[in-house]
Design a protein around this ligand. Structure first.
Ligand SMILES: [Fe+2]
Length: 391
């Protein structure tokens, strides 16, 4: 695989990232610093019910920075939630957005902050680099160890008319401040821990094998893979294991920093249409697809997948690079088994309906551009076959 490093590259991140136990308290100073003191909190009902989220909202309120709370994000966000969020921002006369949640919440908040200054509808920005001007100041307080949205230049919003999960990529979507406090993840239930942790692993693996990888993203991706290989089972088994949670949180952050700069690839490209047509959460669809797509992709960059095996802690002594690469797939399969990740049918997806939609989903996947970053680039029929393997 042609690997970057010989060619120039750019590397972008939020201006400030606060990491570690207790760092949620920085939300007050940061919301005051980046904005003019009139903040709208964007969150969802599940997060809002947790004591830690209530505390973050109280901190902003006590400091006189809170103008309103928009908590109407039922799951994966559509353009309807974005429009409602924009209306809430106007009603509250707020000019700073504080996202408090996982990927769905942070993605919605990015879209709201961007549309507030750029105008139009979110569908106008589908694709890459269409945002003209800076968004409103955005502080992203992350509550899951997985999506990485707090540090990325991406937002994923579903178009309810076409059932397409629109990928919007633009440097203007990077949050000004990211806050990653493991205390906010301890209430994550095991299934969310598993699916968001495997989403982070997918980010790291896809960033590492992406044809847009760079030497800086490689460092972050391999470090994230190592940490996840070491800690994901412990975080899943005991959610209150703060040491494991802290390592997973850091790994998720590293993986996010890697993929925002190296992009994701075929797994994400294939996962979005499943989410859009079958209303499945992002993390779980990636988790199901990851080993199948790795298995199919590894011949495109066996040496990279061999590195992944070693980062996951698998011994590859005496093996050829392609044998070592297959060990990476085997280890990811073992992690999925231990975390009870089912096949697509186990998620309640009807196999006949999936296979009848698969050609359309394959086209949507290719249209998103992500499969083009894969070390082995599929044609539509090969994507259909991969959907079948993941049933
Ligand atoms: Fe993801």
């Amino acid at each position: 695989m042609a690997h970057a490093g010989e060619r120039p590259f750019e590397f972008r991140l939020p201006e400030v990232i606060h990491v570690g136990v207790g760092s949620h308290e920085r939300v007050v100073a940061e919301a005051g610093r980046v904005g003019s003191g009139k903040a709208l909190v964007v969150t969802d009902p599940n997060v809002r019910a947790t004591p830690m989220a209530r505390r973050v909202i109280e901190l902003l309120s006590a400091a006189g920075l809170l103008r309103g709370v928009f908590g109407d994000i039922p799951g994966e966000p559509t353009s309807t939630e974005v429009e409602k969020g924009l209306a809430a921002l106007t009603d509250a006369k707020a000019d700073t957005v504080v996202a408090l949640g996982g990927g769905s919440v942070i993605d919605t908040a990015k879209a709201v902050a961007m549309l507030a200054t750029n105008g139009g509808m979110i569908v106008d920005y589908k694709g890459a680099n269409k945002v003209k001007t800076a968004k409103l100041p955005l502080v992203a307080v992350n509550t899951t160890a997985g999506t990485g949205s707090e540090v990325t230049r991406f937002t994923i919003i579903t178009d309810p008319v076409t059932s397409v999960k629109m990928l919007i990529a633009d440097p203007h979507l990077v949050a000004d401040v990211a806050i990653d406090d493991p205390l906010l993840t301890v209430t994550c239930p095991p299934l969310v821990t598993a699916s968001t942790g495997l989403d982070a692993l997918t980010h790291a693996i896809e960033a590492y094998v992406s044809t847009r990888a760079t030497p800086l993203t490689d460092l972050l991706a391999l470090s994230a893979i190592q940490k996840i290989g070491r800690s994901i089972r412990a975080a899943y088994r005991n959610g209150e294991d703060l040491a494991a949670r802290t390592i997973m949180h850091l790994a998720s952050l590293e993986a996010g920093m890697a993929f925002t700069n190296a992009s994701v690839a075929l797994v994400h490209g294939m996962a979005r249409p499943i989410g859009a047509y079958f209303h499945q959460a992002h993390g779980i669809t990636n988790s199901v697809l990851l080993p199948h797509v790795m298995d199919w992709s590894l011949e495109g960059a066996p040496e990279r997948f061999a590195d992944i095996a070693r980062a996951l802690g698998v011994s590859t002594a005496g093996l050829s690079e392609s044998e070592a690469a297959r060990r990476a797939v085997a280890e990811v399969r073992a992690i999925c088994r231990d975390l009870r990740i089912p096949g697509l049918t186990g998620l309640g997806i009807d196999p006949a309906r999936l296979m009848s939609l698969a050609p359309t989903m394959a086209r949507d996947a290719l249209d998103s551009g992500s499969p083009g970053n894969n070390p082995r680039v599929p044609i539509a029929e090969e994507i259909v076959e991969l959907y079948r393997r993941a049933l």
